[in-house]
Design a protein around this ligand. Structure first.
Ligand code: PNW
Length: 463
């Protein structure tokens, strides 16, 4: 048995728009994802999050499934437009009541609620009225929304995550246009990233000044990153791999830990990269009590030119990925998930050790890791998901190795609890430990659910 440290947090994660449904119920206002998913052609087969997993009505059943799984914690996000239908101003008490019921029932079942304040569902009103994440004033809107969350729920929440994966909002929402609000640009991502970093800092500032002294929780940000392995041992390729990390993870982590953007970005982006004011810099530096990491894959990184560069540019739009000047490729021997993401478990180990070294040994939580597997539209295939069990076994093993090498990893959350609305892919990509029948909303635990349940209960991996 490979045991994990005592008090290691085993959990699983979801996001509001991906599971709740009840999109027009009990006073919820529209978000940019409601608007985006209803535009023909944006989402696979015209799927939307109108119903999703109907978790809004089935949260009791879902908490019972969490309880049986034996997780110690459950990460979910709060739908901003359910709390503030206009994005600011009047609070929707029915929305508050839903999260109160959810939080209370989790605690009753000995499951720690971990709250993500923003998992991409910006109120549509803020997009229309003020250009959403492009407007510097959005940071104050985030802080005001967060204050309501702390005030209403903070007496029972010990772990807050301000933002989920700002990289996706910047690059996919404003670079390639694959995500809401669907903008394609090679300048907007830098502005959006900058405003989200400021929003994070403002939210943390509100928490630390007004709530943390009495509520005694911790607060941090969750970033996503692949691991980038140098294609060869050459100095150029090693520099290219570091640069790829800077442009994905360092872009958001460096300001939080050091108060500025990575040097390689400043060198290459020049004046397109906004600058922090002294005040913002001071608020940002040291603004995370832990390092939240979502991790899904690994690529090879090399110094261009080579044909791969152009391919990546086209895929992740606007030329912006090209700006790091890294040729990203895949090793043909690597297996891939249904998303086409490479399965490289040791990449997570390397990334955890890199974070630990680069950012001064912070407490780290893996707040998402998981896979979509092919053929799972078919229930029988999904319930016997040996590929996912193998994936988790190897990736959790890699976490264990990272701890042995000295990383202060304190928790691991699988993505995701349920098959859900997988953004642009709608219901066609299934990441869940639990299979969902989107016709009648019945839930069926997959083999991986039972396997993961043992990991949680044993606090370790059976050999
Ligand atoms: C994450 N990429 O998204 C999100 O936090 C989840 O909501 C989502 O369901 C999950 O991963 C699976 O996709 C990502 O292009 C989306 O590298 C895209 C990327 C990474 C993460």
């Amino acid at each position: 048995m490979r045991k994990f440290p005592p008090n290691f947090r085993w959990g699983t994660a979801t996001a509001a728009y991906q599971i709740e449904g009840a999109a027009r119920l009990d006073g919820r206002g529209p978000s940019i994802w409601d608007a985006f998913s209803h535009i023909p052609g944006k989402i696979h087969d015209g799927h939307t999050g109108d119903v999703a997993c109907d978790h809004y009505h089935r949260y009791e059943e879902d908490i019972a499934l969490l309880k049986d799984m034996g997780v110690k914690c459950y990460r979910f996000s709060i739908s901003w437009p359910r709390i503030l239908p206009q994005g600011r101003g009047q609070v929707n008490e029915k929305g508050v009541a839903f999260y109160n019921k959810l939080i209370d029932l989790l605690i009753e079942n000995d499951i720690e609620p971990w709250v993500t304040i923003y998992h991409w569902d910006l109120p549509l009103a803020l997009q229309i009225e003020m250009d959403g994440l492009m407007n510097p004033a959005i940071a104050t809107c985030f802080a005001d929304f967060a204050r309501i969350c702390f005030a209403r729920f903070g007496d029972r929440i010990r772990h807050w995550i301000t933002l989920n994966e700002p990289w996706c909002c910047a690059l996919l929402g404003h670079g390639s246009g694959d995500f809401a609000p669907g903008r394609e640009s090679d300048t907007e991502p830098y502005v959006v990233a900058h405003n989200l970093l400021r929003a994070h800092a403002y939210m943390v500032d509100v928490y630390r000044r007004e709530f943390q002294p009495t509520q005694r929780g911790v607060i941090g940000i969750t970033n996503n990153s692949n691991w980038y392995r140098p294609l060869t041992d050459s100095e150029e390729d090693r520099a290219a791999a570091e640069r790829a990390l800077d442009f994905t993870l360092g872009w958001f982590a460096e300001p939080v830990y050091c108060g500025c953007y990575p040097q390689s970005m400043r060198d290459r982006i020049g004046s397109k990269l906004p600058e922090f004011t002294e005040e913002d810099r001071a608020l940002l530096k040291g603004s995370s009590d832990f390092f939240g990491l979502n991790h899904y894959s690994t690529n090879l990184a090399a110094e261009p030119p080579s044909p791969g560069t152009m391919e990546k540019k086209a895929r992740i739009g606007g030329g912006i990925m090209g700006e790091h000047g890294v040729d990203l490729t895949d090793d043909p021997s690597w297996k891939q998930t249904d998303m086409g993401w490479n399965i490289v478990p040791w990449g997570l180990r390397e990334l955890l050790c890199w974070i630990s070294e680069r950012y001064g040994h912070p407490p780290i939580y893996v707040t998402e890791n998981g896979c979509a597997m092919p053929g799972e539209g078919d229930r029988e295939v999904a319930l016997n998901d040996t590929g996912r069990v193998e994936f988790f076994k190897e990736y959790i093993g890699a976490c264990h190795e990272a701890i042995e090498r000295g990383a202060d990893l304190r928790g691991y959350m699988s993505w995701g609890m349920l098959d859900n609305f997988e953004w642009e892919y709608g219901g066609s990509k299934r990441f869940g430990l639990i299979w969902v029948d989107f016709e009648d909303q019945d839930r069926y635990p997959k083999a991986s659910y039972h396997w993961y349940s043992n990991v949680c209960k044993n606090n370790g991996l059976e050999d």
